[in-house]
Design a protein around this ligand. Structure first.
Ligand SMILES: Cc1ncc(COP(=O)(O)O)c(C=O)c1O
Length: 377
């Protein structure tokens, strides 16, 4: 039986201070402008069934770690799509097609982004082609098909699915709606990030007068983390310490911060946190993250199922929380950092700290979620 007492010996894997940390609101908002951020909120808050997702206080965990507050943004409730990705892809589809019903949309995905693009396309009556790698579960593919998308499985990893998506889209004149930027492909990823920043707008209203001292942001290619940093620049008066967390097997942001330039890393083993198993930080996010991150931390897959169970059993909070695999690393990192007295002091985690964590997804992959719940560890 999982109990909160078991977290006392949890550890993070790697920790790195960003020597180039120099948060600059104006330069961040030059990259993702206020106009983009505000328009995304205006459009998305007008969608059917829009409501801010809950900000839950993990009271039992803050007591255990001796911190003032831990806030958990629960994206399992986002538009019935069960992840924050609902805000990005679907919004980019709407903006980029601008009422043209003839456009065919395409994308490559680890799962949640494609679900958002398929859902957005369906809402607008557009055809949609989704490319997935061999690592994406049939369960996730089925959800995208249920939104009317053609799902094309590519033999290889995420990068192979993206390359195939680009190849076929060029040939057939499909409009790619990708969350990753590359040279000459900048606008759509910016729109996607603007969509994600809605989370920070909601949080800024939900926390009211309390100041967030630390925010822990998960990164795959860094889009979500950079969008939240832009949201901090846009909506908060106070800049928290910004900590990026990644799976230890896919720490491309940490490697890039360390070497002060984008570093591509080789993923030898795919993390169970599938949405975060990425080998290279995206161009636009990097421009935002490189000077605004305070610290990078990595965590092991070992704690993922344990955290899923503790969330589900209400061991961290008075309510039970459905948090999928990508919802766990912020919690794991916070526990690991708090268990290291020296680091805890260094980063000023103490009784006055108000920490914000992002619960990125619920049981977006229902089968995997059930497996994690049942895992005997
Ligand atoms: C479900 C899911 N997918 C993907 C990501 C990564 O987002 P990005 O690739 O924008 O960094 C996250 C969060 O880190 C996530 O929770």
């Amino acid at each position: 039986m999982s109990k909160i007492s078991e977290v006392s010996n949890w550890k993070y894997s790697k920790f790195l201070k960003n020597e180039k940390n120099n948060f600059n609101k104006n330069s961040i908002l030059k990259i993702l402008p206020k106009l983009f951020i505000d328009e995304a909120y205006n459009v998305i808050s007008g969608w059917n069934n829009y409501f801010p997702t809950p900000l839950i206080s993990l009271k039992k965990l803050s007591k255990k770690l001796n911190l003032n507050q831990i806030f958990y943004k629960d994206e399992s409730k986002r538009f019935n799509l069960k992840s924050f990705k609902a805000l990005g892809g679907a919004y980019a589809v709407e903006k980029i097609t601008d009422g043209n019903k003839e456009i065919i949309i395409s994308t490559a995905t680890a799962g949640n982004h494609g679900r958002s693009v398929a859902w957005g396309s369906k809402n607008l009556g557009l055809n949609c082609k989704i490319f997935i790698s061999k690592y994406v579960s049939e369960n996730r593919a089925e959800v995208m098909r249920s939104f009317g998308a053609d799902v094309i499985r590519v033999d290889g990893n995420y990068e192979d699915s993206l390359n195939e998506c680009i190849r076929q889209s060029k040939k057939n004149n499909w409009q790619i709606v990708q969350d990753v930027a590359w040279k000459d492909y900048i606008l759509v990823p910016k729109l996607t990030m603007a969509g994600y920043s809605v989370m920070m707008k909601e949080i800024s209203e939900q926390i009211k007068i309390q100041k967030i001292s630390h925010i822990i942001l998960q990164a795959g290619v860094g889009g979500m983390a950079a969008a939240m940093v832009a949201g901090i620049a846009r909506y908060l008066d106070h800049v928290p310490q910004i900590i990026v967390v990644e799976p230890e097997s896919a720490a491309c942001v940490l490697a890039s911060i360390k070497n002060e330039k984008i570093e591509k890393i080789l993923i030898e083993k795919e993390s169970i946190m599938g949405g975060m198993s990425c080998g290279e930080v995206s161009l636009i996010p990097w421009e935002i993250l490189k000077n605004s991150i305070s610290y990078c931390v990595t965590v092991s897959d070992e704690y993922v199922s344990k955290t899923v169970k503790l969330l589900a059993r209400g061991e961290f909070s008075s309510e039970k929380i459905v948090g999928g695999e990508c919802s766990t690393p912020g919690i794991i990192a916070l526990i690991g950092l708090s268990n290291d007295k020296q680091i805890k002091d260094q980063i000023n985690l103490n009784v006055d700290s108000n920490v914000l964590l992002i619960g990125c997804e619920g049981d977006a992959d229902e089968n995997l979620y059930q497996e994690l719940l049942k895992k005997n560890d």
